[in-house]
Design a protein around this ligand. Structure first.
Ligand SMILES: CC(C)(COP(=O)(O)OP(=O)(O)OC[C@H]1O[C@@H](n2cnc3c(N)ncnc32)[C@H](O)[C@@H]1OP(=O)(O)O)[C@@H](O)C(=O)NCCC(=O)NCCS
Length: 277
């Protein structure tokens, strides 16, 4: 290859990946321009997540609100499918990385996706407000269009176990405090509460905001794109998945299924019959 050819190839190769996130050279690691040695010991892990995703450092108060949302969703017990899958994977012999990957794989639309869908709903209502529609009408239209496209179940509201999800009022209390301190605008808390009130009016009973509805308020208040909602949830839930997978690895146990073997499942196929040659 000619010198020119080599130079062209090297230039092409250098341009293959481009990133605003990290600059690395021998002895140098900078995130968004900040040297890692200045970040270590000074910024919290949630502030680091913010820097990575949004390009600049948040204030301590913004970082604390993000942290509260991340703390709130770390675990929901071994009956949560993702946690159960992580634990079962360990009993099948998978190491922690495999167990975590198996568990995270199921955090999709139905299990784990409600927060992101709820952020999309809140964002849709906010866009209607921006177009000049007042809050109540924007919520009504947003809910109607959401139901037409996705069915009657509103993501971020209702819960199988908890009559009131204990995490939601606490998270909203923190958002209210952040609003008083001018850390957030409070706009999405108002939208979330408005959705809850509108659902109550339509249903005739309260279907309270759950953890996904409340974290959706926080992530939206902090300016995260709805498309990041599930990823943020996975960052949080990964802590619980790791803890459960590790605990299971310490407890031992081999090939644990979802239920103890003595508990039957329901067979719905044909009755006993002979196979005739
Ligand atoms: C979690 C969930 C599955 C619980 O549903 P559930 O066990 O049927 O809840 P309940 O028994 O308390 O409520 C039953 C009634 O309220 C309705 N309801 C419950 N959650 C609702 C919601 N989010 N939106 C609209 N209606 C809802 C049900 O349709 C049902 O109405 P019906 O009696 O007319 O059929 C449901 O609330 C849901 O899918 N929520 C949205 C998804 C979500 O946020 N998931 C994360 C949970 S942490």
């Amino acid at each position: 290859m000619t010198d020119q050819g080599s130079a062209d190839l090297l230039q092409k190769a250098t341009q293959w990946w481009s990133t605003d996130i990290i600059d690395m050279k021998p002895g140098v690691i900078r995130f968004r321009g900040f040297p890692i040695e200045q970040l270590i010991g000074r910024v919290s892990f949630p502030q680091m997540i913010w820097l990575m995703l949004k390009g600049d450092l948040p204030s301590a108060e913004q970082g604390a609100l993000l942290e509260a949302a991340l703390v709130s969703a770390v675990d929901h017990g071994p009956q949560a499918p993702s946690i159960a899958i992580g634990r079962m994977a360990v009993t099948c012999g998978l190491p922690l990385n495999g167990a975590m990957a198996s568990a995270i794989n199921v955090l999709d639309d139905i299990h784990g996706g409600a927060g992101e869908q709820c952020m999309e709903l809140y964002a849709d209502i906010a866009r209607r407000q921006d177009a000049g529609i007042e809050l109540k009408a924007a919520i009504q239209q947003g809910l109607d269009d959401f139901a037409a496209a996705n069915g009657k179940i509103v993501p971020g509201f209702g819960h199988r176990f908890h009559p009131i999800d204990p995490r939601s009022p606490r998270l909203l209390e923190l958002v209210d405090a952040a609003r008083r301190d001018n850390v957030v605008s409070g706009r999405f808390a108002e939208i979330g509460r408005g959705v809850e009130a509108e659902m109550q009016q339509r249903k005739g009973r309260k279907i309270p905001m759950n953890i996904d509805g409340a974290t959706a308020v926080i992530y939206s208040e902090l300016g995260f794109s709805p498309a990041l909602g599930r990823g943020l949830f996975i960052l949080s839930r990964s802590v619980g998945i790791l803890a459960h997978a590790w605990e299971q690895s310490q407890q031992g146990g081999r090939i644990k299924g979802p239920m103890p073997p003595g508990i039957p499942y329901r067979y719905t196929g044909p009755g006993p019959r002979d196979f005739a040659k």
